[in-house]
Every structure is written in structure tokens, then in C-alpha cells.
Design a protein around this ligand. Sequence first.
Ligand code: NAD
Length: 482
Amino acid sequence: MTPHHPEYGQPALFVDGEWITTTPKMGEVNNPATGERLADFPMAEPAHIERTLNAAEAAFPIWSGMSLLDRSAILHKAAAELRKDAETAARHMTLELGKPLAESRLEIENCAALLEWSADAAAELKDRSLGAMPGYVARTMRTEPIGPIAAIAPWNFPASLAARKMASALAVGCPVVVKPAEETPMCFQAVAKALEKAGLPRGTLNVLIGDPGRISAALIASPVIRKIAFTGSTRVGKILGAQAGAEAKPCVLELGGHAPVVVFDDADLDRALDLSVATKARNAGQVCISPTRFLVQDGICDAFATGFAKKFSILTVGDGMEPDTQMGPLMSPARIEAVDALVQDAIAQGARVLTGGMRLNRPGNFYAPTVLADVPPEARIMQEEPFGPVAIVNRFADFDDAVSKANSTDFALGAYAFTGSQDRADRISAALDAGMVGINGFGLVFLDSSLGGRRQSGYGREGGIEGLESFLTNKFVAQAEI
Ligand code: NAD
């Protein structure tokens, strides 16, 4: 099959070591910056899913039976292979998702680093000895892999969110079936190809794309799959969590967010503004931990709002392939509709538009960087994740008011605060109801940290030591003294 775009290549399924580029039904992938068709992608048939499950089952004893050292060597070699192919993979990512090329390059590098970190960290996992019962030698074994994993990923970090699940699972001995989002079927292939070149045993990693509901339902229902790792919307996460529950199967759900940013009047305002604008623009605001609700103390609120609007409005918005682009398009026409509906509702409810508030009149899915001030609590955008380049700037009076406003949505994923006081930093870290808190900065996802939310933002942790452990199954062994 000839790809429509000369640079993009051909998306494929990866089933039991075979790359499959053509299926009876094909989907279409488009460039969000131009609207042009990039390629057709194959859609997995039931027979592909069955073959994948058989392959993962057969690979489990082989992969988990290898020594830690041998597994680690393959993951390290794959990281090196991926780095050789990084520029091509990054360009594929920008073509299908639209984010600036510099952001795509960082994401591919992150995938390589995750493979290395997970391989090294898996070697540190140890059984835990227990001594509360006299006359017994007891331990909790924490080195048995749970079994084949289904990893279902969204389009907004199309390589690294799949790679984060996969690297943890592979490092502890679990085969993985990855299902990337159909909007971005291409760029994760570079990770799979790197593992193939590095000698990963056949069937240990499989990649399926197609009808997402059908694929995930078949994977979750199969006794071969022992755990589900999902990142995506709260709506879909609840469906998959219910399916897993019906099978008594564990899952980790990384869902939506609506992150507050509390800016106290003793904060370094210039630093807070510069970091906030740059972070809000990242991936055009299509980030689960994107700062969305800026809560600024009364005395500095107007200066913050005006400064934000000024800096946000002059960003260079364009095709991520252009070197000077600071913010790319939204993923799809549907995202434009959803973002604009929230913005127009907020305006109708009395919010003030400081900049933007409309889609940009040009080809592609571009929305103007938007700042809304004094948004009333009744506006839908105060409860619904905007997932676009929209910043809400509202005011608060004192510490308790800030906490109550910050914790006022059903989401509890990322939360941030800016302050010059260590006492306030400690108190706000404790008071924010969130799975991850950043103080005086927006860095929340490190190589060795685990990410995860609370309440409607999901449960379980991904990445870090907790992420590795989540793909193990514990066994308690108690031996009476002989
Ligand atoms: P989505 O839920 O639409 O899709 C996520 C995955 O689920 C994709 O692979 C998709 O193909 C699949 N899917 C879609 N509909 C399905 C269905 N009916 N049944 C089974 N699978 C289905 O989410 P999205 O639009 O790709 O991603 C955006 C969402 O992801 C946002 O809400 C964002 O906050 C969230 N997200 C969360 C995190 C986190 O770490 N918590 C990280 C990134 C994104």
C-alpha cells in the first residue's frame, strides 16, 4: 500500500512478530495542521486479535523465564535502536498529532529513557521479609509477573504513554498488547521496531489498531490478559473498568484532569507567568495535567490575568513542522467544536474574554490561545475538562478560599501552587486533593516518578517503582521453623 504522504510511512499491526499493513477494512489518518490525508491504517479483524492473544500467551513463559540480565540487555539495546530512529519517529508524531517537532523529539527520547530506567529499576525489586509471627520465616514475594497486559493509550502522548506502561510491564516479565489511539497509529511503531531489532522474543509485544471498543472488549474478556492499563477519558475509562470488573481483572485507570494553579501574592509573578504560558501552550493544552484553572490572590489577580493574556496572545501558532511554531493545532475538528462550545457557554454565563475565544480562520484545526477571566462557577468549563488552549483566571481571597476553589471539581489529577513561603508550600501541598502536586513549577512526570489520579481522574499508579510493582502479583510465603 502506498502512503498518501511521502514522509509519513505506513501504519501497521504487529501481531506475533508479523507487520500487517493491509486488512479488509482500513481507517484514515489525517494531519491536524492541514487537514490532508496522511495514510490509511489497517483495522484489526477478530482473527488478528485471536492470533495476538495466542502469541502473548506463548511468549509469557519465554519472556518471564529469561534472566533479569538478559531482559535488561534487550531493553537497553532497544533504547539505543530507538535513538537511531528518533528523528523519523518524531516527524511522524508531529505529522499525525500536530505538536511542535521539539516536543515530539523530547517524547521519543523519553520513550528510550523509560526503557532503560525500567530495566535498571526492575533489578532492584526484592522480596520483603516479615517477622511478626514468632516461629515462622515469612516473606512476601514481589518478583512474579502477573501475565500478559493490555495497554490502551490516548493520542495526546501517543508514544510515551504507551511506552510507559509497556516498559514497566516488559521489565518485570509481562508480554504486552498495545492499542494506540487510531488518530495516531504511526509513531509508536518506532518503539516496537526498536524492540524487535533488539531481539525481543516474538509475540512479547503486539500492536493492534482498529475499532477500539471491539479490540478492548476482546482483550479484557480473554483469560490470557491479566491486567488492563488504560489512559484516556473518564468516560471510556469507566466503560473499560466495568468490563474488567466483570472479569475480576485488575486495571489501572489514568483519566482526565482539570488542574488548578493557586498563585499566592508572595509568588514570583514573572516566573509564574512565564512558566504558566509555556505550559498552557504545550500540546495546545491537550495534556491531562495541563494547568486549566488559575486561581490568583486578589491583590495580584488583575496583573496576572493581563500579563497572561498578553504573553499568550503573541505565541506563534502554526504547523508543528515549522521551526518557529510554539503551539500547534488541536487533534480534530471535533476537539475544536468541544473547546469552542465550552468557551461560548462561559461567555454566555458572564466570563470576560481577555484574548482569543474563537477558532482561527485557516485550514487545519487551530484554536486561538484563549484567556477567560471571572468565570462563574455555573459555567460548564468550571467542571468539564477543556483539553485545549484555554486558561481560566479567577480570584481568591485567602488560603481556605483557594483550597476550596481548587478542590471544587470531580477531577483530582494534577494541581499546582506558586508561593515564596515554605510554610504555604507545605500547607497547600497537603491541602490540594490531587494525585500529583507541583510547587513553583509544572514538572510532574519524572523518569522515576509514578503518575496517577484520584476520584474521577482514575486509580492506580503508572511508572516509577509503583508502576513496576503494579505488574507483579504478590505471593505470601510462611514457613514454620523446621
Ligand atoms: P479516549 O478515552 O477517547 O481514548 C483513549 C483510548 O481509548 C484510545 O486508545 C481510544 O482508541 C480508546 N477508546 C475510545 N473509545 C473507546 C471505547 N468506546 N471503548 C474502548 N476504547 C475506546 O481519550 P483521548 O481523547 O484519546 O485522550 C484524551 C483524554 O485522556 C483526556 O481526558 C485526558 O485528560 C486523558 N489523559 C489522561 C492522562 C493521565 O495520565 N491521567 C494522560 C493523558 C491523557
